[in-house]
Design a protein around this ligand. Sequence first.
Ligand code: SAM
Length: 265
Amino acid sequence: MSSSAAPIHGNYHGYYAKRPSVNDPRLELLPPGTFKGKCVLDVGCNEGWVSCEIAQSHGALKVVGVDIDDSLVRAAWRRRRTVWSAQGPPSEDAEPATTTTRKRKRMETAGEPDYFPASCAHSHGPLPIPPSSPELFPHNVSFRTADWVNDAIPEDAIGYDIVLGFSITKWIHLNGGDAALRTFFTRVATVLQPGGLFIVEPQAWETYRNAKRMDKRLRETAQGLALRPDDFPQLLAEVGLGEPVRLGSVGEGGFHRPVDMYTKL
Ligand SMILES: C[S@@+](CC[C@H](N)C(=O)[O-])C[C@H]1O[C@@H](n2cnc3c(N)ncnc32)[C@H](O)[C@@H]1O
């Protein structure tokens, strides 16, 4: 899909100009170390800011961002390069690394984020990305275009430790109805390893009202919706996820939403 005039999938451009995004407060709700060494799928990654932050600053082994809108996915690849260009040089590794500790040390000595001002990349262009270890930023983050509710991506076959679904349930629900929401939750349960986490930021039912105004098809779908966000714990239990833990609610104004964490049983 390419971007259309009405962002009927929540495929907003410039989304991160509207909500705080560097040191995303939603990620700060999670227990420290949640992403360390984990394989993560970010469904509805938009322009890739959250995916890049997890890959660069939260120690994830691998992050895959997927979005239905190809123009956003292209912006996410650009974001990856921008974030890389602002990253500082690796800190001095004074102690000699043994073979067994080398990998861990590489992760610990990755450069500081936001070390170079954004004006550097603006004036001189983004820095080239040299070959390096796949677990090091930015090699540990990649993006794909797909309607993930209906189409698998190659990485799904291996599975993930964590699936993120930030601010996406409303758009899946309004576009595909109750059936699409059930399919989404089933797909999440299928790709998660046992013990894996589904971290979701559901939008409140009251916010569907404004969203459906933008398109006749969304209004028609909305008329047939029987499920509500309050039903999500029950729906996720049916596909094998445990009781959610509500981590808190963050965000300014209309972006003030809860973040829930489910564990695959
Ligand atoms: C409101 S934005 C949220 C962006 C990001 N998750 C965040 O919260 O920072 C919703 C994103 O989900 C994407 N999206 C909606 N339906 C999708 C689907 N079926 N598959 C993949 N991406 C989808 C949209 O294109 C949009 O970028």
